[in-house]
Design a protein. Structure first.
Length: 245
């Protein structure tokens, strides 16, 4: 079997967000019991049990967390991070630096800042995810240039309403020194930028209208227009959109 440094492996799990527990029941947990290491990887239907012989892996098995019985022998285990952000020294330092840039006042008044600085993850920490990185990607960074987009209903109104709720919440609670809120554009994609990024993609748009239960249009995605799209052009445009899909 492969050599495994238990202490190093444990530190790796903790840096990836896994929680040390007595008995593994849920995703993102691991347990150390003598020569046994139990771990429930994110995305795995079952937890894994690593049986060590000295400093080498003797067996690797999946098991039922309720009965603790072996389900199957395995050749490898794929470990995905237990959270969306790292908690390494560099990540914590980056978090602190970006905190100083975004917020005024004494950071020690905030439990979020003090907990993360101590290497712990407080509740709701995901909201501060942008502070752990120099740049955050969006869905559009992963979409192929020729990707088609399907929209349903009054998407532009929904986007505007959601953005309004975000801005209102920031206005009401954003200055709380114990848990300050990031400016909306830092944590969310503004509506204007959303449609600017979508505009270059082909679109299949399904929306309700007075004339028909469902109105189907295709083309570049823009905020809805009051005059609608020409139905006479629809068949040819749909054929172009769906060609090759």
């Amino acid at each position: 079997g492969s050599a495994l440094d238990v202490d190093r492996f444990r530190r790796r799990l903790e840096r990836s967000g896994y929680r040390h527990v007595e008995t593994v029941y849920e995703h993102g947990e691991f347990a150390l019991r003598g020569a046994l290491i139990d771990i429930f990887p994110m995305g795995s239907p079952l937890p894994y049990r690593i049986d060590l012989l000295d400093d080498e892996v003797d067996t690797l098995r999946t098991f039922d967390p309720e009965t603790q019985r072996t389900v199957a022998r395995m050749d490898a285990v794929r470990l995905l991070p237990a959270r969306e952000f790292p908690l390494t020294r560099d990540a914590i330092a980056r978090f602190q630096q970006h905190w100083y840039e975004q917020f005024e006042g004494d950071p020690d008044q905030s439990t979020v800042f003090t907990e993360v600085s101590a290497g712990r993850v407080p509740g709701g920490c995901e909201y501060y995810l942008p502070l752990f990185f120099d740049h955050c990607e969006t869905l559009f960074d992963y979409l192929p240039e020729d990707a088609a987009v399907v929209t349903v209903g009054r998407h532009h109104e929904a986007a505007q309403r959601f953005w309004g709720e975000i801005a209102e919440r920031h206005s009401e609670y954003g200055i709380d020194p114990r848990r300050p809120l990031l400016p909306p554009p830092v944590g969310f994609l503004p509506v204007e930028e959303l449609y600017a990024r979508l505009k270059g993609h082909a679109v299949l748009e399904l929306r309700l209208s007075a004339e028909a239960p469902v109105h189907v249009a295709s083309g570049a995605l823009e905020p809805p227009r009051s005059d609608g799209d020409s139905r006479s052009e629809l068949p040819a445009r749909l054929a172009t959109l769906t060609a090759g899909h």
